[in-house]
Design a protein around this ligand. Structure first.
Ligand SMILES: CC(C)(COP(=O)(O)OP(=O)(O)OC[C@H]1O[C@@H](n2cnc3c(N)ncnc32)[C@H](O)[C@@H]1OP(=O)(O)O)[C@@H](O)C(=O)NCCC(=O)NCCS
Length: 177
């Protein structure tokens, strides 16, 4: 079976420069922008709402990206939007939320419906972001449930774009075989 899958009339729209590992599955209403990457054993499942991933964003091994359908329990449902230059660490769950540009979501974190990680935020490994929580950019957020712990240093801020750039280089090496 193919790992890029049509669901009903939705065909994933994946830029030709994107690297999707053959063990990752991308399904349905999904758009992925230039130079992004989806690493082994990820699932990006746009079946009951849409998923958009920007440019130069990396979704690392084992991460799961999904959405929430329209119902009386969640009127309108919740789509998933991930911006550009975002690092999604290993084994992250992004569920029906928004992650803006230049964020890092630490390994093993869980980001729940309706929450917004604003541009330039860093989320430490193993964090839980509750539904509808807004995480202000420029800060380090840690824990379960997540708390704002401190402002990011200049070095940490510059690391956010460095990490995205490194992953573009790495996906180019993997694409080359
Ligand atoms: C948060 C992080 C950036 C370290 O930040 P730091 O300010 O250097 O933190 P320190 O190591 O100095 O630890 C400070 C305190 O925070 C705690 N801490 C560190 N990381 C934590 C985390 N992820 N969650 C909860 N607490 C954490 C430490 O135990 C320490 O607590 P203490 O003061 O009670 O001893 C790092 O631990 C982390 O989570 N990085 C994410 C890496 C990642 O997932 N990258 C993506 C894939 S490549």
């Amino acid at each position: 079976m193919k790992n890029i899958r049509t669901f009903e009339n939705h065909i994933p729209q994946i830029d030709k420069t994107v690297f999707v590992d053959e063990s990752a599955v991308v399904t349905g209403n999904v758009v992925i922008g230039k130079d992004s990457s989806v690493w082994p054993c990820c699932s990006v499942r746009g079946d009951i709402h849409s998923i958009t991933i920007g440019q130069r964003t990396n979704v690392q091994d084992g991460s799961i990206l999904h959405v929430t359908h329209d119902s009386d329990y969640a009127p309108g449902g919740f789509k998933l939007t991930v911006g550009s230059d975002v690092t999604i660490g290993h084994n992250v769950v992004l569920h029906a939320c928004t992650v803006e540009d230049l964020c890092l979501i630490g390994m093993g974190s869980v980001v729940l419906d309706g929450s917004v990680v604003q541009s330039g935020a860093m989320v430490g490994a193993g964090s839980l972001i509750p539904p509808n929580k807004i995480l202000e950019g420029g800060y380090m957020w840690l824990g379960s449930p997540v708390k704002r712990v401190r402002e990011l240093s200049d070095k940490e801020k510059s690391f956010l774009s460095y990490s995205a750039q490194q992953y573009v280089k790495l996906k180019n090496r993997h694409s080359a075989g």
